[in-house]
Design a protein around this ligand. Structure first.
Ligand code: FES
Length: 189
């Protein structure tokens, strides 16, 4: 899927209405598109640009600044292994090597079935439980090789569906309502 579904297009209009300037909705719209497709497709970037009066280059330029937005396709489960100092001392490089073997891919690659993408990460503030692994930004601390294998099995079987939503859903709770932009008197633009 590349462009917003009808339902998400309605949500997009709703989001835009929350701001005095349509362009202020850029980041929430990127979240919406990524939650829908798992990554920011060129079509979604173009549609967001149209909706808020920016160029696709401006949308992509902003989104690509943030690590958690993906402008290239990634797998359903984005597995990140931190290799910064605390995790390195806790065996992160050894675990990373095992992750590559278990998933049959190198760092930065996606499995052929589109299920897993493996990334080496900078510190993710899980330093007290090294090595720190995240899957779709949910933390799994202190994993060894066999616990990682179990984690992969659980993800593949759907046993962790509640805990680890499909990729693209960065946040658990979407904003429901709240303040709206002042479209009445006193607004300068
Ligand atoms: S050093 Fe790995 S999470 Fe901080």
């Amino acid at each position: 899927m590349a462009r917003f579904t009808t339902e998400n297009l309605e949500k997009a209009s709703e989001i835009i209405s929350l701001y005095p300037e349509p362009r202020s909705a850029l980041i929430p719209l990127c979240h919406l598109a990524q939650a829908q497709d798992g990554w920011l497709t060129p079509e979604a970037i173009g549609q967001i640009a149209d909706l808020i009066g920016l160029s696709p280059a401006e949308v992509k330029g902003t989104a690509s600044f943030y690590d958690m937005f993906h402008t290239e396709q990634v797998g359903e489960y984005l597995v990140g292994v931190c290799t910064n100092i605390s995790c390195m001392l806790g065996g992160a490089y050894e675990l990373l090597e095992h992750c590559e073997d278990r998933l049959g891919i190198r760092c930065g690659q996606t499995t052929k079935d589109g299920k897993f993408t493996l990334e080496e990460m900078e510190c993710m503030a899980g330093c007290d439980g090294p090595p720190c692994v995240t899957v779709n930004y949910r933390y799994f601390l202190g994993l060894d090789n066999s616990k990682f294998d179990q984690l992969v099995d659980d993800l593949e079987s759907g046993r962790l569906d509640e805990e680890v939503p499909k990729h693209g859903t960065v946040f658990r709770n979407a904003r429901q309502g709240g303040l709206r932009a002042n479209k009445g008197e006193g607004q300068t633009k």
